[in-house]
Design a protein around this ligand. Structure first.
Ligand SMILES: [Zn+2]
Length: 90
């Protein structure tokens, strides 16, 4: 047997495929900024900043087959009412 040098160390490193897990749809809860000009993907109304009330919006990065498709915005209440199609907001 010539196998005295521990040659199993020479196996190619196939375990390093970083960032594969980021290519899925996801949702994030963020404060609505002043001057926001986006419409809610559910009710189609403006996700509007209001100075008196600190409203939150849900911003969703939508992926299909591992490719980014679009961003969708929701009122926080609307997103919860749609059963959170892109998972719970982070
Ligand atoms: Zn809405």
């Amino acid at each position: 047997m010539a196998d005295v040098h521990g040659r199993s160390d020479l196996l190619p490193n196939t375990a390093s495929t970083p960032a594969a897990a980021t290519k899925v749809s996801r949702a994030a809860l963020r404060p609505i900024e002043a001057g926001s000009y986006v419409d809610c993907a559910r009710c189609r109304e403006r996700v509007k900043f209001q100075a008196k009330i600190r409203l939150m919006q849900v911003i969703c990065n939508v992926y299909a087959d591992g490719r980014w498709v679009k961003v969708e915005h929701y009122h926080e209440a609307c997103y919860l009412a749609t059963d959170m199609p892109y998972g719970p907001p982070s």
